[in-house]
Design a protein around this ligand. Structure first.
Ligand code: CO
Ligand code: CO
Length: 305
């Protein structure tokens, strides 16, 4: 746990380890079915980020039964169940408590070969860094609440958050040269990149112009429509990050944007990076991009150009 791994791993025998993770949160969209889908995709993601395959899950539910209509709860659970089915995951139980604010998520059990566990540490100099989903869900969420988001942006962000990381994970699993992997969530791209190399002998170079983000996010970032978590992420990590003048301020902000159900962030040997990227895109994850590389210079630090 010392390096903030995405999930816990316990080795059962020489060829089998189990992965355990739990994740739940308050609604980030109005539609209960969509919220259920996003919460489930987000919870399952931590198993994919460890190189594993999710098998079973438990529902975790908080709901104000006396204040909100029960059909809302049913829709949340239906959204989650549909996502679990899509992932080939069996729902085996759950627990609910009465609470003033609805919350939903999953505790997930997965499996992995002990030799194939992907930690967020282990990136090697020369590795290329692949990000599989566009950034901007935090900014989009803030704009949706303020009724400033275009329907295109809201649609794009919601579809992305509800999408499983399964297809990208399946390609990553087949790639021998993958050295480290995590998923981008609350700490934003730069926060999770920092976790990869904090205190390590390697550094990271991010090419900001290569980083994918949703349509309309630039305008919102330039207008200052930024979630509080973005400012917290920047305050926490800016000491480790050098942003050069080639990266405009609005784009640096996007790199700190906290993501809900974000993409995978993979460190892969340079010689296999293009092939892996091609296969991930061919699997339908079309926004995936090589956004930077691991360097021998700048140990434990990130340079953004
Ligand atoms: Co994670
Ligand atoms: Co998580």
């Amino acid at each position: 746990m010392e390096h903030g791994e995405d999930a816990g791993v316990y080795q059962l025998r020489e060829d089998l380890a189990v992965i355990q993770t739990v994740d739940f949160f308050t609604p980030i969209v109005d539609d209960p079915y969509t919220f259920g889908q996003i919460a489930a995709a987000n919870a399952l993601s931590d198993v994919y980020a460890m190189g594993g395959r999710p098998l079973t899950a438990l529902n975790i539910v908080c709901f104000p039964v006396s204040r909100l209509d029960k059909t809302i709860l049913r829709e949340i659970l239906r959204g989650g169940l549909d996502k679990m089915r899509e992932a080939g995951v069996l729902l085996v139980g759950g627990h609910s408590v009465e609470d003033d604010e609805p919350k939903y998520g999953l505790s997930v059990l997965g499996v992995v070969h002990p030799d194939r566990v992907l930690l967020n540490r282990g990136a090697r100099p020369g590795d290329r860094l692949i990000l599989t989903k566009p950034l901007g869900t935090g900014i989009a969420g803030t704009a949706i609440k303020a009724e400033m988001a275009s329907p295109e942006l809201a649609g794009e962000a919601v579809r992305s958050m509800a999408a499983l990381n399964a297809a990208a994970a399946a390609e990553i699993e087949k790639t021998a040269g993958v050295h480290a992997c995590t998923d981008i969530t609350g700490f934003g791209l730069l926060g999770h990149a920092c976790e990869m190399i904090e205190g390590a002998k390697e550094g990271i170079l991010i090419r900001s112009s290569e980083v994918p983000y949703f349509t309309g996010i630039r305008d919102l970032a330039e207008t200052g429509i930024l979630p509080a978590g973005l400012h917290r992420n920047r305050a926490f990590r800016q000491g480790m990050v050098a942003v050069e003048t080639t990266c405009p301020e609005w784009l640096a902000d996007i790199l700190y944007d906290p993501q809900s159900s974000g993409g995978l962030f993979v460190s892969v040997a340079a010689g296999e990076a293009d092939d892996l990227l091609h296969r991930i895109r061919a699997a339908g994850v079309t926004a995936a991009s090589i956004v930077g590389e691991v360097t021998a210079e700048n140990p434990g630090r990130i340079r953004v150009v």
